[in-house]
Design a protein. Structure first.
Length: 171
């Protein structure tokens, strides 16, 4: 593998979970963009949203994304909004292979409903509002996500998807 792999997709789609597994399969390092920002800033994502607001967070997110250009080939789990701001999606496509972890709104709802407190964009939503939020945001973000080089339906046959990705990266 000679370039980065960027995993993109909605919150709760499993980017970090599958990113670790893919990195291990490929024998390259793994980086979680949110964790990279948290370590660099010495603050949680929630605290960054509180202090700087979403716009401030997006500016930092782009800055940390650009830092990965200097790293050796790595599997990078991005944040759910990363591809949808600035020119981040073309930038990632230029610097590596982009993979969209595509998960249905129902499955995302099931995974996210008990994690609202840890996620700044979800913390004040009721269950009904969370359902609407997922549907609306997926519609808005779909056009960005669908520009990925590869779409990985999840859940699905994970073993097969991993092998397809490995072959895609070998080319
Ligand atoms: C966000 C997703 C989060 C994090 C931030 C904003 C979003 O990342 O970057 O809370 O806009 O969807 P994960 O997708 O890793 O949860």
């Amino acid at each position: 593998m000679t370039r980065h792999v960027f995993l993109i997709g909605f919150m709760g789609s499993g980017k970090t979970h599958w990113g670790h597994i893919l990195a291990e399969r490929l024998g390259v390092p793994f980086l979680d963009l949110d964790a990279f920002i948290e370590t660099g800033e010495g603050k949680s994502i929630a605290a960054i949203f509180e202090v700087l607001g979403e716009n401030g967070f997006r500016a930092l997110e782009r800055e940390y994304l650009h830092r990965v250009a200097a790293m050796p080939p790595t599997v990078i789990a991005t944040g759910g909004g990363t591809p949808c701001f600035f020119n981040n999606m073309p930038w990632m496509k230029q610097h590596g292979t982009t993979i969209y972890l595509k998960t249905s709104p129902e499955i995302l709802f099931g995974r996210l409903k008990n994690e609202r407190m840890q996620r700044p964009l979800l913390k004040n939503l009721s269950e009904a509002e969370l359902r609407d939020f997922i549907r609306e945001r997926l519609e808005e973000r779909g056009p960005f996500y669908r520009r990925a080089d590869f779409i990985w339906e999840n859940p699905g046959d994970e073993r097969l998807a991993l092998e397809k990705i490995v072959r895609l990266l070998d080319k």
